[in-house]
Design a protein around this ligand. Sequence first.
Ligand code: GGG
Length: 365
Amino acid sequence: MKKKIVILPGDGIGKEVTTEGKRVLEKIAEVFGHEFEFDEATIGHDAIEASGNPLPDETLAKLKNCDAILFGAVGHPKYDNDPTLKVRPEQGLLKMRKELGLYANLRPIKLFDELLEASSIKPEILKGSDILFFRELTGDVYFGEKGRKDDGNTAFDLMIYQRYEVERIAHKAFQAARTRRKKVTSVDKANVLESSRLWREVVQEIGKQYPDVELEHQFIDAAAMKLIQNPRSFDVVVTGNLFGDILTDEASQIAGSMGMLASASVGDTVGLYEPIHGSAHDITGKGIANPLASILSVALLLDISFGLKEESDLVIKAVEQTLKQGYRTTDIANDKTSKVKILDTQQMGAIIVNHIATIHEPVSK
Ligand code: GGG
């Protein structure tokens, strides 16, 4: 198979983890005889430094002309510590999602058994957890009108949803539930917010088209609590942009670490794959970032964008085997039951690449 992939490392540890993700793609191409052509582009803080624009036109043109995107992260403490700055790295991310029509963000939360002890949640509560989040990605307060008035002393961000935006993400969630345990939990704040009442109304309507799928509604505050109280009670969760952003960071504890969570953003055009974690400048350059979220994002890319299920499964198998052998990056190393071997970012990437090669017999091109 011949495919064009744009690597978009972004900021901070984004660069370190996408390097390992790319190595995995190269190994998959070699082992299965595919031709993956790579290009690279800038986004975020680096792009602002170079051109003043967090999503340069040149980057956007490349993204619109490829088969899949492997993205790292955006962000920089300079902007976090100075809220008066007008141009910010995250604007590049939001514009990219909007321009590419990436309205559905899939975040699978699957706990590898080997990491049962890595989480701060009790193993008996976690065991068997398997949740698929659908976070709506191009609406909500992220894209509603925002501004200041009263000489800057009043600020507002409009929480806004349109019917079609809820319909299309709800369909995706119900369709996914049909291939899983046939349950959808829709999360909103319909007891307080009008946009959530529209959300609930539309999800209920769409749910009627999927009578074989159980639908339940939870308020965001209750869902945040139930997620760590009884994670096994969730199958597919569908929610808005802001609630999904927060809830999936919380849910990363079910998988042991933010460093384990991959995501796929899909919609009208090309698919974008990225770890859910940010740029993590506190650990940037130390070589200790966990590349597994980027590598598992590669598994999603192979499956969803290219339909390469066998290749995708092989990447997941290589991760499983690596964890079984006790290899860990520091974020997932608090395992009390087995002897763990701590690896840096590159060593973890190298072990995965090695396992891919040894698990699969190479085929001639
Ligand atoms: N790889 C995810 C990432 O870069 N996160 C940083 C960020 O600004 N996230 C906001 C969002 O996902 O809406």
